[in-house]
Design a protein around this ligand. Structure first.
Ligand code: B12
Ligand code: SF4
Ligand code: SF4
Length: 313
């Protein structure tokens, strides 16, 4: 019978070969430490209009509600960083790095995870003769992706609330796999934000009201992506029309000499909409908007909210 540590190593190399840059494994358990923070955060209304975070609270803190037989949770990092930078100029709308390319990360990562899970199932069958079940997620499922990634050492929790990896910073998505198989578990790594608080000082709206705490009511990313209603008058979007990268752009761990960029060129910005004037954006018709952004997370934004965001900068 193959040892759990050898099997874990083989699964991890499948993950790296699939295109992920870091992988960590946690034992599945009910989240007890962070669940109190989460509850307080919700009770203070920091989730803004994201009611779905409240209604799925019990699932988010309890992975067994998603998959009752889950034993292990694999967390994966998929880098989307590219060397391009926005021009700091009035009248130039900004789309966040994660969305400015010709690719919807949900689709691309789900496709990779689907194939990876087939390979993991096959490997386990081959090595142990056991048939296992694997379930994969990226972003949309009611699970605490950052919590599991931190627990398994994929990165530490930055004071901007985002997971940071010591080798390649924080411009990566998290993919997650639940499986009903015991594996060898990883441990968390040290938090090396230390005395730094550049992200807190740089957030232009004060959304990072405390270390490790974000108030979505004041976050540009929330207002430009998730807010379904009017953006309050006191929120200055600082030219961001989809997402916001400020608290990551300023982070020293995203500004190292040998930055590691995504291997996937689809994450490069779409030339047509990169560092172009606001007028060009405003001239996009509804049909063009759907055609241009069908392969981007912006496809989730209604055309009327695209216009809403543009009119607010
Ligand atoms: C809701 C959501 C948002 C919301 C809320 C953001 C947030 N900080 O939670 C909004 C719309 C604002 C948002 C924005 C962004 N998001 Co988002 N988002 C999510 C989602 C769907 C859920 C996150 C969640 O559970 N939030 C709830 C809050 C309560 O959780 P939390 O921040 O982890 O807060 C906890 C800690 O603060 C902790 N805590 C509080 N005090 C203390 C003190 C100490 C000492 C400690 C240890 C802990 C602690 O307790 C809190 C409660 O659990 C996840 C996907 C998923 N399913 O997990 C993606 C996700 C977090 N988002 C992601 C991304 C990329 C972004 C953006 C960068 C996109 C952009 N450029 O605009 C921004 C980043 C903004 C920011 N500074 O966080 C990635 C992050 C990847 C990474 N490397 O970490 C995720 C994981 C999606 C993915 N699969 O890749 N997002
Ligand atoms: S995404 Fe932008 S607005 Fe939101 S916390 Fe970071 S810097 Fe502040
Ligand atoms: S800017 Fe500084 S405090 Fe903020 S996440 Fe990066 S290292 Fe941590």
């Amino acid at each position: 019978m193959i040892e759990s540590s050898t099997l874990t190593k083989k699964i991890k190399s499948l993950c790296i070969n699939a295109g992920f840059s870091a992988v960590g494994v946690s034992k599945a358990e009910i989240i007890t430490d962070e669940s109190d923070y989460f509850l307080t955060w919700l009770s203070e209304g920091r989730n803004a209009g994201m009611e779905w975070l409240k209604t799925t609270y019990h699932q988010r803190i309890n992975p067994f509600k998603i998959f009752p037989e889950v034993k292990s949770i694999i967390s994966l990092a998929y880098i989307y960083n590219t060397p391009f930078k926005h021009k700091e100029q009035k009248n130039i709308p900004k789309i966040s790095k994660h969305a400015w390319g010709n690719v919807d990360y949900h689709k691309v990562i789900k496709r990779i995870l689907k194939e990876l899970c087939i390979k993991i199932n096959f490997l386990v069958k081959n090595q142990t003769n056991k048939t296992i079940t694997t379930v994969y997620f990226v972003d949309t499922a009611p699970i605490m992706e950052k919590y599991w990634a931190i627990k398994s050492g994929v990165g530490w929790r930055g004071k901007n609330t985002i997971v940071i990896n010591p080798q390649f910073g924080s411009f990566f998505f998290i993919g997650t796999i639940f499986l009903n198989l015991e594996l060898e578990y990883d441990t968390a790594i040290d938090n090396i934000c230390n005395e730094c608080d550049i992200c807190l000082k740089s957030c232009p709206t004060g959304a990072l009201y405390n270390e490790y705490n974000l108030d979505a009511n004041r976050c540009i990313s929330y207002h430009t992506i998730e807010n379904k209603n009017e953006i309050p008058d006191n929120i200055n979007l600082h030219n961001w029309i989809y997402g916001c990268d400020i608290c990551q752009n300023v982070c020293p761990y995203n500004n190292v000499k040998k930055t590691i960029y995504s291997q996937n060129k689809d994450f490069n910005p779409k030339n047509k909409f990169f560092n172009k004037s606001k007028d060009l954006y405003l001239n996009v018709t509804e049909e063009e908007f759907h055609n241009e952004f069908s392969n981007s997370p912006l496809s989730r934004l209604k055309f009327q909210n695209w216009i809403r965001n543009l009119r607010r900068i």
